[in-house]
Write a protein that binds this ligand. Structure first.
Ligand SMILES: [Zn+2]
Ligand SMILES: [Zn+2]
Length: 140
């Protein structure tokens, strides 16, 4: 990481990307689909301006649907299976792209500002009181 950009990639390294150092927003999504896709309790998603993402390597896409019926394109490395990018039907119009933040090379400074889908949060997990918690929202 330098001052202006940071890098990330999938587990096997076939997919690599560069994004701005500072995400617009970092969100923790506790929706069941993220739990399934990540094989974990939640996913951490960093928002970036769409045109700032530079990606090399090949991603495969699983077309999922959010609760609103909006298509959610879950993009992952076909070799190692790491979920890398989430895209939605609305994202191009918003100028945003969503990166699975666990794939960033450096994650120590990430500061999630928001938790969504707290309604399906796993019950063993306690969230800090000072973080915004939405019961639902679009799945990422
Ligand atoms: Zn990979
Ligand atoms: Zn989700």
């Amino acid at each position: 990481m330098n001052n202006s950009t940071r890098q990330g990639g999938c587990l096997c390294g076939q997919v690599r990307y560069t994004v701005p150092a500072k995400p617009i927003e970092t969100v923790v999504c506790h929706c069941r689909n993220c739990q399934k896709q990540a094989g974990s309790a939640f996913s951490v998603v960093a928002f970036f301006q769409r045109d700032t993402l530079q990606l090399t390597g090949e991603l495969q896409t699983f077309e999922d649907r959010g609760t609103s019926g909006q298509k959610v394109f879950r993009r992952f490395c076909g070799n190692c299976g790491s979920p890398v990018i989430t895209d939605t039907e609305d994202a191009p119009a918003m100028g945003l792209i969503f990166v699975k933040a666990g794939t960033l090379d450096e994650v120590d400074d990430l500061q999630p500002s928001l938790h969504c889908w707290v309604s399906s949060k796993q019950c063993w997990l306690t969230l800090a009181d000072d973080q915004v918690q939405l019961q639902q929202q679009e799945s990422l």
